[in-house]
Design a protein around this ligand. Structure first.
Ligand code: F6R
Length: 261
């Protein structure tokens, strides 16, 4: 996998937004998979800035969601549907028609999960999937020991993830749902390009285990090692426990040809 060490979160946002813009120039109706949480915000701000500046036309882009809380009304401000509409779809000048996600309010959750996997395939598959990483190494909401072949399904959040996410619910852990629908690791691995962004010291252990540790279900992000085109963008703090940091800096700055990410 390719590891890109950037000075800070803003630089990470810029480099990934440029990769998305380059994809949209090549394929205007590309399907972009987005993540929620704090980490990807600089990416969305940078991409929306490029659209406003006329540097890229995103009017035919399609956006899809990685995961969703189970049981939150779709219009709850912290549902991932609302979050992605507010942070990605609207700033890009798109409408909800360009957007797809799993139905966290479905009476038959399993059927909703299967329907979402089908919908992703019928849409031609995800061109670029942006990922964050949990402090426990999760991607999407595939918590430790998720099957590396898993499909979209319901998962139970760990206590650590609920603590981490309480900040989005007025700091009240009791408001954080226990269950989520998440694309499975097998589903995520079907995207053509995986781009994981991690910033801050709190992610340093998870990044080191994912990049330099063995592929293991106990560290779900280590599954990126199985993907032929996976890019991990980390700021200096998140890179601080990588033993091969100097090698990654060297290989990135000495690429034989510029290929974007
Ligand atoms: C949410 C998601 C999660 C987050 C992860 C990190 O859609 O995919 O895997 O990326 O929990 O969250 P932040 O960025 O808030 O630290």
């Amino acid at each position: 996998m390719e590891v890109v060490i950037v000075p800070d979160a803003k630089a990470g946002g810029e480099i990934i937004a440029e990769a998305m813009a380059a994809l949209l120039r090549r394929k205007p109706d590309a399907l972009l998979g987005v993540a929620t949480g704090s980490t990807p915000l600089p990416v969305y701000e940078a991409l929306a800035g490029k659209v406003r500046a006329g540097a890229v036309d995103a009017s035919r882009a399609r956006i899809c969601q990685l995961d969703e809380y189970v049981g939150l009304p779709a219009d709850h401000p912290e549902s991932y549907r609302s979050t992605v509409l507010r942070q990605v779809v609207e700033p890009l000048g798109l409408t909800a028609d360009s957007f797809m996600g799993p139905d966290g309010t479905a009476a038959d959750v399993q059927a909703a999960c299967e329907a979402y996997d089908r919908a992703l395939s019928e849409a031609g598959g995800v061109d670029l999937q942006l990922l964050g990483i949990g402090t426990d190494g999760h991607i999407g909401f595939n918590e430790p020991c998720s099957s590396l072949a898993s499909r979209t399904r319901i998962k139970t959040l760990t206590e650590q993830t609920r603590v981490d996410n309480a900040r989005f619910f007025d700091g009240d852990i009791d408001q954080v749902p226990h269950h989520v629908i998440t694309q499975g690791i097998g589903t995520i691995l079907e995207a053509r390009h995986l781009v994981l962004l991690a910033t801050g010291e709190g992610k340093a252990d998870a990044v080191a285990q994912s990049v330099e540790g063995p592929v293991a279900a106990v560290v779900p992000a280590s599954a990126l090692q199985l993907h032929p085109h996976a890019t991990v963008v980390v700021d200096e703090a998140a890179a601080s426990k990588l033993k091969l940091a100097d090698y990654f800096r060297h290989t990135y700055t000495n690429k034989p040809t510029w290929q974007g990410l």
